[in-house]
Design a protein around this ligand. Structure first.
Ligand code: ATP
Ligand code: MG
Length: 367
């Protein structure tokens, strides 16, 4: 607005000068040639002035961006540490064995390690020990705020455990604290609680395959698996632009699942290994879809990630009972129950309590 106002003022100034010029030339009786030449010069002077102002403001904006980038690169401590030097091979983790021993974590620890020990109430995960065997399908349940997503963040190293227990996590025999973070996040397949999309206008293909590793056929097949083919055809194909606002909440979750399926297929193709295991982390991936779609999603997950160790956070307990072979219940960052969902639901346990409260009973429709 200020720029537009400046332009208007400049043009008014030039108009004022032109009027003065014409008034003078008529009063002073100068030749028509001279008056014409002066008017043309005056008009181009106005344009030059406007260009000057426009370029100057563009320069100002760009310099502002450079200065922000500079202060970002100087001021932000990179998350990588010097001893995180293991880059596991692409087929890692081929079994999917997760071993967590006595790990605690808090969101209030300074990244540079210079911290005051957080008080017990600040701990979001408290002395948690968990061994997940290869191929196990583990569900994590618990009340809102019990630390389920935090556990997923710990496995992806988006949150560091307390330094005193930083070395207590292993995946397939490799100490997680020594693995390069970017490599770790590329090797594990994860779907976050909030679906993430590239900025509006990015193509469907770059959204489903942000690392540009898959072929067009693979992308189409993965989206067809999660039943989003119609969405892609409506948009005009894989290369058409899309925006996250075009998708409903449930469709966003299906899209995220499609992305995971695609990553798994590309991983299989690139590694061509006999050992097809891996780790899949799912954080409430079906919270916004209806039960029929939820069941379809679980079926897709079971078919595609058959050999994988699956760790899924879920509030849909009927799906947990049906599709998972182990469940842990978290409460204030500790595991309060661990067992087979089918057994736990019937014997007065906390899981049984959650099950009884959330049980889905289709009501009869009466007129
Ligand atoms: P939900 O079922 O709602 O997803 P959750 O079990 O996944 O819940 P978490 O997100 O793991 O819960 O949060 C556990 C605790 O950690 C909460 O009490 C919350 O206050 C705290 N917490 C979560 N994220 C942050 C954060 N970025 N900064 C500080 N505290 C956080
Ligand atoms: Mg959560």
């Amino acid at each position: 607005m200020i720029q537009e106002w400046l332009m208007t003022t400049l043009q008014l100034l030039v108009a004022g000068l032109a009027v003065t010029l014409v008034a003078l030339s008529t009063q002073l009786d100068t030749g028509p040639g001279l008056t014409g030449a002066s008017l043309v010069t005056l008009l181009s002077f106005g344009e030059v002035l406007a260009d000057l102002i426009r370029n100057y403001t563009a320069l100002e904006t760009s310099i502002g961006a450079v200065s922000r980038l500079r202060s970002f690169s100087e001021g932000v401590v990179p998350e990588d540490k010097s001893d995180e030097d293991i880059i596991p091979p692409p087929e890692w983790p081929h079994c999917g064995l997760v071993d967590i021993k006595n790990v605690s974590a808090s969101y209030y620890v300074e990244a540079d390690g210079d911290y005051t020990a957080p008080s017990h109430k600040d701990l979001v995960v408290k002395s948690l020990s968990l061994t997940i065997t290869p191929g196990q399908k583990l569900a994590i349940c618990g009340r809102t705020g019990s630390g389920k997503s935090t556990l997923i963040l710990l496995l992806l190293r988006l949150l560091d455990p307390l330094p005193s227990c930083g070395e207590n996590m292993e995946i397939d025999g490799l100490p997680v604290h020594r693995i390069n973070r970017a490599a770790l996040r590329k090797r594990l397949i994860a779907i976050p609680q909030d679906p993430v999309f590239l900025p509006d206008g990015s193509s469907v293909k770059s959204n489903v395959d942000p690392f540009a590793e898959a072929t067009d056929e693979e992308c189409v097949a993965a989206l067809a698996t999660v039943k989003l083919s119609a969405f892609v055809t409506d948009r005009g194909g894989l290369d058409a632009g899309m925006s996250a606002a075009d998708l409903s909440a449930g469709q966003k979750q299906l899209f995220s699942l499609g992305r995971a399926v695609l990553r798994k297929r590309v991983r299989d193709r690139l590694t061509a290994s006999e050992k097809r295991g891996g780790i899949l982390l799912l954080d409430e991936v079906s919270s916004s879809v209806d039960r029929v779609t939820d069941r379809e999603m679980q079926e897709i997950i079971r078919q595609e990630f058959d050999m994988y160790t699956i760790i899924m956070v879920s509030h849909r307990l009927d799906m947990v009972v049906e599709y998972f072979d182990r469940v842990i219940v978290l409460d204030q960052g500790t595991v309060i129950e661990d067992g087979h969902p089918g057994h736990l639901k019937d014997n007065g346990s906390r899981f049984g309590e959650l099950w009884a409260h959330g049980k889905y009973e289709p009501r009869e429709i009466t007129k």
